[in-house]
Design a protein around this ligand. Sequence first.
Ligand SMILES: Cc1cc2nc3c(=O)[nH]c(=O)nc-3n(C[C@H](O)[C@H](O)[C@H](O)COP(=O)(O)O)c2cc1C
Length: 373
Amino acid sequence: MYPHLFSPCRINGVELQNRLTMAPLYLGYAAEGGGVSALLLDHYRLMARSGVALVVVENATIDHPTGSGSNRTLRVDSDDYLEGLATLAGTIKQEGARACMQINHAGRFAGFAPQPVAPSAIETFGRMPRALSRDEIQELAYKYSNAARRVKQAGFDMVELHGGTGYLLAQFVSPRTNRRDDDYGGTLENRQKFPLEVVAQVKAAVGDFPVGYRFLADEWLPDGLHLTESGRYAQALAAAGISYLSVMGGTYESFFLPEIMEKSRKEGYMADLAAAVKRRVNVPVIAAGRIASGALAEEILVQEKADLIGLARVLWADPDWPQKVKAGRESEIIHCDQDCDTCTQLVMRGKPAFCVRWPVEKMRSLKAKFSQA
Ligand SMILES: Cc1cc2nc3c(=O)[nH]c(=O)nc-3n(C[C@H](O)[C@H](O)[C@H](O)COP(=O)(O)O)c2cc1C
């Protein structure tokens, strides 16, 4: 059953037992203040136990509070958090999965920042971010590299830079949100300068250690970043030594547009974006987006649209997904409901997420644990 899906592979020398990965999924389970909570550990233990080869932990902030989405965004901006992060990495690895952590600066989407910063001052949901100075840009590259160093030190197998969802790295690359008139703005070469500087500094800080990238292939906005430019950017990242590209589409400014919501209900809705990126690069590519069945996952691999599969809500709704698919028990899978966005709405309101498809008992136990987190 599904020989490609359950075949091993390597990312930069790190062996993966199959092609299944957990894509990063922020659920509001960290402790207030961004520490690793018991609830978060329980959650990631379950995800790692599922049988996926690699768990990519949700976005962790490199700069608190200015780069943080919320007060429950994990923190990797100080050595004070190393101990908790080491426990998290150990918990995932103990279950037989490889552990990766995504690091991020949310830029103009930093909901927790008293004063958000961005490449340019462009109004964002009623708030005006402040344009970063050149000195601040250098300082931020240093903060990314320090955060990546901590991820390695905590015992993770890889680090992933968050270049998706319209966060800071994507804000620099996008012609829509980068209106700078210095050498960090204008042409694609200038707009990609800061993220490439971050990659170089991160790689210098971690040495021989895989550095992946969550890659925004298309903003799905008329004046935004599209494949013509992002394809060239993907090639620049590959040339800079990125270990894999985990492809996604959309930002907070497009996710809730009616036509995008409609598109996002379809199974495999980002697989063709992954394929378009894969045609342009020679590093492993991860495809995500409602990859709900073993047959679809296998087809994406067979058709060489991607090298690995990313499961986010799909795995969270049913952590037995990999086992059920492997054993031919797919009819038993509890599927994420395509018409439901309860988890997204909850986290956007600062609440911990639950899945409406979960059995009542599981929901009750989550609520009890959250009150102690
Ligand atoms: C509630 C929620 C939180 C998410 N958090 C992250 C995140 O922290 N980092 C990231 O790169 N993507 C994040 N994503 C995007 C997912 O990784 C994934 O690309 C998307 O949900 C599609 O996969 P799925 O259909 O299996 O959920 C999030 C998505 C949702 C719905």
